[in-house]
Ligand binder design. Structure first.
Ligand code: ZN
Length: 253
């Protein structure tokens, strides 16, 4: 494909992903306080003034306004902009790794789900059941598809993926070392990723260990929320799991 077309698709993916990210912010803010996510315009949480249309551009508006409300100048958390940016970049990364493919369609559903469950876990130390269900449905669809179109993972590999990490995680959860939400997430993601859930889990555990040490050192806070680390692991596993496994098997000889 021509480089110009590639760049154009990347820009479209960045825009599309950041708009989705902006909607994820609305969900994470409004659902817990039982506000409608479709009705009602966005407003400043300090002065209550409605946000102007021209200030609703994902990523850019926050930067242009210097992270402050246009009216009352109170600080707007960079979290909104960061979520939009991560969402946008995850879509670009998915396109660059997968091209225009069926896997890309799964990715644009999987990645926003991973982002929302991460925000939820950060805010409430809980991974929402609904997010794991969405990922499990994607997994089930890819399992059924793989029976008829033998491409990528075989159908039984999806089943192996669902159990191989979730079972040891379930034992850890039983011992109180892990939350039930983490187990559900890894079972659902394993159903979608197949063998790639193994590198996904290892990356998640490694990042979780590093992140946990840093957070404990900086904030003296002992709250462990594992969801965001697992989410990053799952995203990397989804995009590059096969490459990681092949590289490892190559090293083993
Ligand atoms: Zn304001």
């Amino acid at each position: 494909m021509e480089i110009f077309t590639q760049v154009l698709i990347c820009i479209i993916m960045l825009f599309f992903g950041s708009v989705i990210g902006s909607f994820l912010n609305v969900i994470a803010y409004r659902v817990p306080i039982k506000e409608s996510i479709v009705k009602g315009r966005s407003h400043c949480t300090s002065c209550g003034k409605q946000i102007l249309n021209r200030d609703l551009i994902p990523i850019l508006s926050w930067i242009i306004l210097g992270g402050k409300c246009r009216f009352c100048k109170s600080r707007i958390s960079p979290r909104y902009m960061i979520v939009e940016l991560i969402s946008g970049l995850s879509f670009v990364g998915a396109y660059l790794a997968l091209g225009l493919s069926t896997e890309l369609i799964y990715a644009v559903i999987l990645f926003p789900t991973l982002i929302i469950l991460s925000l939820w876990d950060i805010d409430r130390q809980e991974i929402p059941y609904t997010c794991s269900i969405i990922i499990a449905v994607l997994g089930l669809i890819s399992l059924i598809t793989s029976i008829f179109i033998p491409d990528g993972a075989a159908w039984y590999e999806h089943l192996i993926g669902a159990a191989i990490i979730a079972v040891p995680f379930a034992i850890l959860a039983f011992l109180g070392a892990m939350g039930g939400g983490d187990v559900q997430l890894m079972a659902a993601a394993g159903l979608l990723l197949g063998w790639s859930i193994v590198p996904a889990a290892l990356i998640g555990i490694l990042l979780g260990a590093i992140g946990g040490i840093i957070i404990k050192a900086v904030t003296k806070n002992n709250v462990i929320c594992f969801g965001p680390y697992l989410a990053v692991g799952i995203a990397v596993g989804y995009l590059f799991g096969n490459d990681i496994i092949n590289a490892y098997l190559g090293l083993m000889g």
